[in-house]
Design a protein around this ligand. Structure first.
Ligand code: CP
Length: 352
């Protein structure tokens, strides 16, 4: 069927299998990670501002819980019934806002959503401190995205309910990094094990700028909890200094081993995982950095290599990769719902 614009009308076939990487792997995580919910108790009623708040044990238990939600959705008992989420997004978002809201809905809770700060007292000069004080009375948890990296800390000063950082300027995006780690664990479940064979160690590349990309910054912090699994982390960039002051040293002291390269084509055949991102929020707007690097089905990718991308994508990630074995970015976005369910139910201690 063709419409008046001459475009084909694509109608999904009923019963067509879901063709997405990582669909079966959650079961393997359930088998590999022994359940020990005690490590999660430290997260109960706590704010989540930085990826550095999470231990390896907590990440594994959250991944296990996410796997449970992903594989057994019919067993959800809607533990957040009667609980209210304020979803405050003062900067555009597709995945973070909607996957948090989807997670909260799937757990049975209700949502008040702010997508435009001008619809709140901020338009009249009200402070985030005062808004935080109000939210204590109206809700049980807040997710905040703001292009100002201090916003989450300003709201924290008056909040007595937990807040989750949904991305603060160029600083951090901890729950995106949790979704990234969940995808990585599904791609290579051996990463869950206490020790890893040398043959299983990963050459991981980041096409991006760790110093100013919040997704990359948080991901590297979480990767440092799994440092022995990474043979090296190659930063592919043409920026002269891609790290923020002290960032590389801190990550290296946590065990990650970095190399910087500007030659993507030369690196690709040796890489097991390629994390690509071009968007960085700088001030009140976003910029595309490193967009001269692009991946497509014609790129010289190693067999079995996984591509991760926090999305939204631009020209750097061609759609002809979507139907290939390298597409782990859709699994990454899909798994974010279950990882956020795991985190939310942990913070509100309804995970047992
Ligand atoms: N990954 C991510 O933060 O996407 P959104 O901007 O759509 O939330």
């Amino acid at each position: 069927m063709v419409n008046k614009l001459g475009r084909k009308l694509l109608i999904p076939l009923e019963g067509q299998p879901l063709d997405i990487q990582g669909f079966e792997q959650p079961r393997e995580l359930l088998n590999r990670i022994p359940e020990d919910l005690t490590s999660l108790l430290d997260l109960v009623q706590r704010p989540v501002v930085s990826a550095s708040q999470f231990s390896r044990a907590q990440l594994l238990q959250l991944a296990r819980l996410a796997s449970r939600y992903e594989t057994q959705p019919q067993h959800s008992v809607r533990p957040l019934t009667g609980k209210i989420l304020v979803s405050a997004f003062y900067e555009p978002s597709t995945r973070t806002r909607l996957s948090f809201e989807s997670a909260w809905h799937r757990l049975g809770g209700d949502i008040m959503s702010i997508t435009d700060p001008a619809s709140t007292g901020i338009a009249k000069g009200e402070s985030l401190f005062d808004i935080g004080e109000m939210l204590n009375h109206y809700s049980d948890l807040v997710v905040l995205r703001d292009s100002n990296e201090n916003a989450v800390y300003e709201m924290l000063e008056s909040l007595r309910i937990p807040i989750v950082n949904g991305g603060n300027g160029t600083d951090e995006h901890p729950t995106q990094a949790m979704a990234d780690i969940y995808a990585l664990l599904k791609w290579r479940p051996a990463l869950c094990d206490a020790s890893i064979d040398s043959g299983q160690r990963i050459r991981f590349a980041i096409i991006g700028v760790p110093g100013v990309m919040r997704t990359v910054r948080s991901l590297l912090i979480l990767m440092s909890q799994f440092a022995p699994a990474f043979e090296e982390v190659v930063i592919i960039t043409d920026e002269a200094e891609p790290f923020a002051a002290g960032q590389r040293e801190e990550l290296e002291s946590a065990g990650l081993c970095f190399r910087i390269s500007d030659d993507m084509q030369k690196e690709l055949p040796q890489l097991d995982v390629i994390y690509i991102n071009t968007i960085a929020w700088l001030g009140d707007d976003y910029q595309e950095l490193g967009s001269r690097y692009g991946l497509s089905a014609a790129s010289p990718l190693k067999a079995g290599a996984a591509i991760l991308h926090p999305l939204a994508r631009g020209a750097e990630l061609a759609r002809d990769l979507d139907g290939t074995e390298h597409n782990w970015y859709f699994a990454q976005a899909r798994g974010a719902v279950f990882m956020r369910m795991a985190l939310l139910s942990t913070i509100l201690k309804t995970f047992a």
